[in-house]
Design a protein around this ligand. Structure first.
Ligand code: GAL
Length: 466
C-alpha cells in the first residue's frame, strides 16, 4: 500500500459536501475575527485623530507636541590617581550616576546655577513667560521658590492660582546613618499667580511647631506633598499632607483647614487612613464635588483610593486597592473626557526613576497601566522622568487635553536647591504616532504624553481664554 502523503488533500478531494460546508463556515468566522481584531487595534488611532483635530487648531499646541531630542555629552571618564588612570575603570559611568554625583563636571546641566535663574523681575524680553525645566525659579522678591512636592489650586473666587508645597529652605542632613536626606519641617509655602509664571510669596501658610516635641508638625518630623482643595459647601480650603516621623514609620496623613487660600491653615489632626500606613499621597476633587485621597500603602506595594467625607476633613469607610503589588508612589491624578488618568513614579527615594501613566473609567478602579508617558530628550531622560518625580497635573478646563505636568528634580545633597520640572502633558496625541507601550486590554485608552522641552510656554490663547 502506498503511503498517503497528503491526507488532508485526499480527504478534501474525496470529501462530502458537509466537509466543504465546515470550511466555508470556518473561513467566515476567521474573517469576522480578523475584522474585529483590526477594529480593536485601529480604534485608538481614530480616537487620537479626533481629539487631536480639536486641539491642533492652534499651531502653538503643535509646537508643544513636537519631539525635542536632547544630546547630553558624557564627561570623559574621570580617573582619580595616576595609578588608577592606568587601570581600566571598573564600570562605565552612566548619565544617572552623573546626575546623582554632586561633583560631576556636568552638574550644571541638571542643576543650572543662579546666573541662569528664571526671574520675573528682570525684563526677560523674549524669555518672558517661558518655562525652563530644572532652572532656579525666583519669586517676585527674587528668592528661589520653595514649594516642593506641591500642587496648584485655581481659586475661582479670586481667579488666582495658588501653588502650595514643602518649604525646604534649611540645611540638609541625615537623621540616621542610613536615613534619607532631610530638612527639618519649616512648613507649607504658598505662592500666588495670575499667569502661572510670576509667583508672589504669600508666606508659610502652615508653620512648623517649634517647642512641642509631641506635635505632628514639630520640626524633627516630616511634612511632605501638601495639597489644597476648596470645599464649595463649607467655604473652606482644606489641606491634606503626608505626616511622618524622621524614620518614616508613622506613615500618616494630616489635615489642616483655612477660610482663606493664603492661610493661616489650622492643623486639625493626623491619622492612618482606613487604618493603613500612608506615605506619598495626593487628593483629587472630581467634577461632582466629591474629593478622593490616593496614597501609597502596605509598605508602598499598593495604592489605596477612597472618597473623603462631604466636608473633606476625613476619609469615609470606602477604600479600594489599586495597582496592587506595583510599588508606585508620587501619584498625580487628573481627568479628561470622563476618563481618570494618573501619573506615578517608582519607589527609589530621592533618586529619579521611570514614570508610568494609568487610566480608569471609574476613579475607584480598575486602573490600567498605559506605559511610560515621557517623550523626547533621550533614553535616559525618558527613563528618569526628565530626572524628576511627579507631584501634580494641572488642568486647563478651557483647553481640554492640555495639562501642565509638575514634577520635582530632587537634590538630595541640598534639598532646598531641588528644582521644578514643568512640562506640557497632552491626552490624545497625534494620529501618526503609535502609543508607546500598547495595552491590548479593553477599553482602549487615549495616549497620555509628556513632552520634554528645554524651553516652552503656554499658548497665548490660554491667557485670552482665562
Ligand atoms: C520619595 C518620596 C518623597 C520623599 C522621599 C524621601 O520616595 O516620593 O516624597 O518621601 O522619598 O526619601
Amino acid at each position: 500500500m502506498s503511503r498517503n502523503l497528503f491526507p488532508f488533500a485526499s480527504r478534501f478531494s474525496t470529501g462530502s459536501s458537509s466537509c466543504s460546508m465546515s470550511i466555508v463556515v470556518l473561513s467566515v468566522v476567521g474573517c469576522l475575527l480578523m475584522l474585529h481584531l483590526y477594529s480593536l487595534v485601529s480604534q485608538p488611532y481614530i480616537q487620537n485623530k479626533e481629539i487631536h483635530a480639536g486641539m491642533s487648531s492652534h499651531p502653538l499646541l503643535l509646537k508643544l507636541e513636537a519631539v525635542e531630542e536632547e544630546n547630553i555629552k558624557m564627561p570623559r571618564q574621570r580617573r582619580h590617581s595616576p595609578r588608577s588612570a592606568k587601570r581600566k575603570p571598573r564600570h562605565t559611568t552612566t548619565l544617572i550616576d552623573e546626575f546623582l554625583d554632586e561633583s560631576s563636571p556636568i552638574r550644571h546641566i541638571f542643576f543650572p546655577d543662579m546666573k541662569t535663574a528664571i526671574d520675573p523681575n528682570k525684563d526677560a524680553g523674549n524669555d518672558s513667560l517661558y518655562y525652563y525645566p530644572g532652572k532656579i525659579w525666583l519669586d517676585t522678591e527674587g528668592n528661589p521658590i520653595q514649594a516642593h512636592g506641591g500642587g496648584v489650586l485655581f481659586d475661582e473666587r479670586s481667579r488666582t492660582y495658588y501653588w502650595y508645597g514643602e518649604y525646604k529652605d534649611g540645611p540638609t542632613y541625615h537623621a540616621h546613618k542610613r536615613g534619607a536626606a532631610r530638612v527639618d519641617i519649616m512648613g507649607v509655602g504658598c505662592y500666588s499667580s495670575k499667569d502661572l509664571w510670576t509667583w508672589k510669596n504669600e508666606g508659610i501658610v502652615l508653620a512648623a511647631e517649634g517647642k512641642n516635641e509631641t506635635h505632628d508638625l514639630h520640626k524633627l518630623n516630616v511634612l511632605e506633598r501638601p495639597k489644597v482643595i476648596y470645599n464649595d459647601k463649607t467655604g473652606e480650603y482644606v489641606m491634606w499632607m503626608h505626616i511622618d516621623n524622621a524614620n518614616y514609620t508613622k506613615a500618616s496623613v494630616g489635615v489642616a483647614v483655612s477660610d482663606s487660600p493664603t492661610g493661616p491653615f489650622y492643623y486639625l489632626y493626623s491619622k492612618r487612613p482606613h487604618g493603613f500606613d500612608s506615605r506619598d499621597m495626593t487628593i483629587f476633587k472630581d467634577d461632582d464635588g466629591v474629593a478622593y485621597i490616593i496614597y501609597s500603602s502596605e509598605d508602598n506595594s499598593d495604592l489605596h483610593i477612597g472618597p473623603l467625607t462631604e466636608d473633606y476633613l476625613d476619609v469615609t469607610s470606602v477604600m479600594k486597592r489599586i495597582l496592587v503589588g506595583k510599588h508606585r508612589e508620587a501619584p498625580a491624578l487628573f481627568k479628561h473626557g470622563g476618563i481618570y488618568y494618573m501619573i506615578t513614579s517608582g519607589c527609589t527615594g530621592w533618586a529619579p526613576n521611570k514614570a508610568l501613566a494609568h487610566a480608569a473609567k471609574s476613579i475607584l478602579g480598575p486602573w490600567n497601566t498605559l506605559g511610560n508617558p515621557c517623550i523626547g530628550g533621550n533614553e535616559v531622560v525618558r527613563f528618569t522622568t526628565f530626572f524628576s518625580q511627579s507631584t501634580y497635573v494641572l488642568p486647563f478646563p478651557r483647553l481640554p487635553g492640555l495639562f501642565i505636568f509638575m514634577a520635582d528634580r530632587w537634590n538630595p545633597a541640598n534639598l532646598r536647591d531641588s528644582r521644578y520640572v514643568w512640562l506640557p502633558l497632552t491626552v490624545g496625541g497625534t494620529a501618526n504616532q503609535r502609543p508607546l507601550e500598547y495595552n491590548f486590554g479593553s477599553p482602549l485608552w487615549s495616549r497620555v504624553a509628556i513632552y520634554w522641552h528645554k524651553r516652552w510656554m503656554l499658548p497665548d490663547i490660554w491667557r485670552k481664554k482665562k
